[in-house]
Design a binder for this molecule. Structure first.
Ligand code: SF4
Length: 690
């Protein structure tokens, strides 16, 4: 059979995949040699996609109160309950909670409904847990959420600094590209991470800094760049504002906060100052922090001051966790954004979007961000909640409290593919189509829009997300505005809307794709318009602020507020393992992926294990101020004394002894609203002390 060209549904690398169906529900999986993200490469998760195409455990019919229902009954009930909540308590009493797993077209329809027709900005996404601090940092510095560089920069850099990024496990194909670049041109690699991850295996230098001290490190780098004549005075004069204030704040910050050995710090600063082609990659170790936005801006400051941005082989680079975290950002899937990188608090932007949609309403203020949203649910301020393709009862910080809030909410509808901790709490369950069955687009970390194409029949009564949302919108009285017949029509409308964003001086403009052949659409990096095509941003300035200058910000580094002490002596870091994805609803279907790590664990340093009397592979109770979990002990010097690490994937039936996110407090960054998932405080007790 003919191979179908589609895109991997896991991480934000966005690899192209060639799928050859076998006609019996399975498929052969190969990397797409023509896709610019991976050029034929795939990682362990990507190559095992063919083993995950089973229907076991799928939700295939709508359910109301646990009973099988018709689509009409389910859709009528959802529309009625949302309308009743809006009538009795106002539009801010309803909310949508979305996911970076959704396709751009689905995201677009959800945002059009809630912002343009219901009239609230209470729409947020699990991408808030993944990259909101990068969005906020970009916006503060550049005026828009613009990723300046491209994946080619990794191939062309002389120094790559990975900060809070276990690229080897979390973005494996980019790691393969980096290894190839190192072999070809001797790229120097520095890893900045409290934990010695697998990524450190190819590092020339590993900086195991104190948890949360990244901003202090990049403030030190800014001072070194300035003192050693590496800043670009002409670029600063023409394209930046705030350099002196940022430098003064950097000089005032306490470099000893990092706890790094002076020689290691000196080596890093020497390389950072003397290398022109520098890429600084950062990920969840930066973003998932209560000071994540400041950390992002501390990194951006260094690249701006040197003009090392938007030119081949240099720039700051935020790598996203989910397959369509970027698409969700572009379509306005966060509570504080409008579509196409337009600002919800800008009256001109609101008028443009409302006029384009011909919609009756448009919120003037940002809505509730993810953590705030579930707190509002717990307080009874949200009366009707629609959760799409995500499992907040397991994956939100303070997960036990979130599960109780969902359980207590007046009305909860969940659209998903399989049963999860969250579907178990829903009043209505809507069966959604999965990867391989649905059609749409996703955007990866370097702004490349790729098609996800179907290659399997729709099973049971499953339905596409965009169609479910449009069906509900029609029952709420807005059928004319939601009358598309296909994702292609939705994409064309979205591309036309983006022309207005370009007219308003924003970065996101894909109006050049409005008339494109959707079925044949090749991977395409935005922008795509008559004004501008693909490529890098900011090499010659041109920022999206009113004066076209980027803002350097004064950063005063802050360590995590929760401090370790007698009651909670350990700092808990959470993250991914190589072969699982999120809460394992797909990856756990592939036996070979389960072989890598069979069960949840807690990494602890040998000295701490000895002090606590913990033997290898014994069980221990991990206790935080928010919850408890029982985990198997893995003794390793990959973590430092006083620090422990646990993966986040196991939930529900796979984690009968507790979910790791139940240990994490709902503490957020004040700018981005992103939770601190890397620096909880815990105690550890042997389960069966000798
Ligand atoms: Fe999929 Fe990411 Fe692996 Fe590429 S690197 S195959 S996108 S999981």
């Amino acid at each position: 059979m003919t191979a179908v060209r589609t895109t991997c549904p896991y991480c934000g690398v966005g690899c192209g995949v060639l799928v050859t169906p076998d006609g019996k529900g399975g498929a052969r999986i190969e990397g797409d040699p023509d896709h610019p993200a991976n050029f034929g490469r795939l990682c362990s998760k990507g190559t095992a996609l063919g083993e995950t195409l089973r229907l076991a455990g799928r939700i295939l019919t709508p359910r109301i109160g646990g009973q099988v229902a018709t689509w009409d009954a389910a859709l009528d009930l959802v529309a009625d309950r949302f309308l009743a909540a809006i009538r009795d308590h106002g539009p801010d009493s309803v909310a949508l909670y979305l996911s970076g797993q959704m396709l751009t077209e689905d995201y677009y329809v959800a945002n059009k409904l809630i912002k343009g027709y219901i009239g609230t900005a209470n729409v947020d996404t699990n991408s808030r847990l993944c990259m909101a601090s990068s969005v906020a940092g970009h916006s503060r510095a550049f005026g828009t959420d613009t990723v300046p560089g491209t994946y080619e920069d990794l191939d062309q850099a002389d120094l790559v600094v990975l900060v809070g990024s276990n690229l080897a496990w979390c973005h494996p194909v980019l790691f393969q590209r980096l290894m190839a670049a190192k072999a070809a041109r001797g790229t120097r690699i520095v890893v900045v991470d409290p934990r010695r991850t697998t990524t450190c295996d190819i590092a020339d230098l590993h900086l195991a800094l104190a948890p949360g001290s990244d901003a202090a490190l990049f403030n030190a780098a800014l001072v070194a760049l300035a003192d050693r004549g590496a800043v670009d005075d002409a670029y600063i004069a023409q394209h930046l504002s705030g350099f002196e204030d940022a430098l003064a704040a950097a000089r005032a910050s306490d470099g000893s906060m990092t706890g790094l050995a002076p020689d290691d710090l000196a080596d890093f600063l020497d390389w950072y100052v003397t290398t022109e082609r520098v890429v600084t990659i950062y990920s969840q170790g930066i973003n998932q922090s209560e000071s994540g936005t400041d950390k992002v801006n501390a990194i951006l400051n260094c690249h701006l001051a040197t003009g090392r941005i938007g030119r081949p082989g240099m720039g700051p680079f935020s790598v996203t966790g989910q397959p369509n975290a970027m698409g969700g950002r572009e379509v306005g899937g966060l509570a504080n954004m409008l579509a196409c990188h337009l600002d919800i608090e800008n009256p001109d932007h609101r008028a443009a979007v409302q006029g384009f949609w011909d919609s009756p309403t448009m919120p003037e203020k940002p809505g509730l961000k993810a953590v705030e949203m579930f707190q509002a649910v717990a307080q009874g301020r949200i009366r009707a909640l629609w959760i799409i393709h995500t499992n907040p009862a397991a994956s939100m910080p303070d997960a036990d409290a979130v599960a109780r809030a969902i359980e207590g909410c007046d009305f909860v509808v969940v659209s998903d593919v399989t049963q999860t901790d969250t579907t178990a709490l829903a009043d209505v369950i809507m069966p959604a189509t999965a990867w391989g069955e649905k059609s749409g687009t996703v955007t990866n970390s370097d702004r490349t829009i790729s098609r996800q194409r179907p290659f399997l029949p729709t099973p049971g009564h499953a339905r596409d997300d965009w169609r479910m949302i449009a069906d509900v919108a029609g029952r709420m009285g807005w059928g004319d505005a939601f009358g598309w017949d296909s994702p292609a029509q939705i994409f064309a409308e979205y591309a036309q809307l983006s022309r207005l964003a370009g007219d308003l001086g924003r970065d996101f403009d894909i109006s050049g794709l409005a008339g494109a052949d959707y079925d044949a659409l090749p991977p395409t990096r935005w922008p795509v318009s008559a004004r501008r095509q693909g490529g890098r941003f900011f090499g010659a300035g041109g920022f999206f602020t009113p004066d076209a200058r980027a803002r350097m910000l004064p950063i005063a580094p802050r360590l995590p507020v929760a401090v370790t002490g007698r009651r909670y002596p350990f700092r808990l870091n959470t993250g991914r393992v190589r072969d699982q994805w999120h809460t394992m609803t797909r990856t756990a279907l592939a036996p070979r992926l389960n072989q890598h790590t069979a069960e949840p664990f807690l990494e602890i340093h040998p000295r701490d294990a000895a002090d606590l009397g913990l033997a290898p592979a014994c069980l221990a109770r991990v206790i935080s101020p928010r919850g408890q979990a029982i985990l198997r002990i893995a003794i390793t010097d990959r973590v430092q004394c006083g620090q422990v690490f646990a993966p986040m994937h196991w939930t529900g039936e796979t984690a009968p002894t507790g979910r790791v996110d139940a240990l994490v407090a709902a503490v957020t960054d004040p700018v981005s609203g992103q939770p601190e998932s890397k620096a909880s405080v815990v105690d550890i007790a042997p389960l069966n002390p000798a």
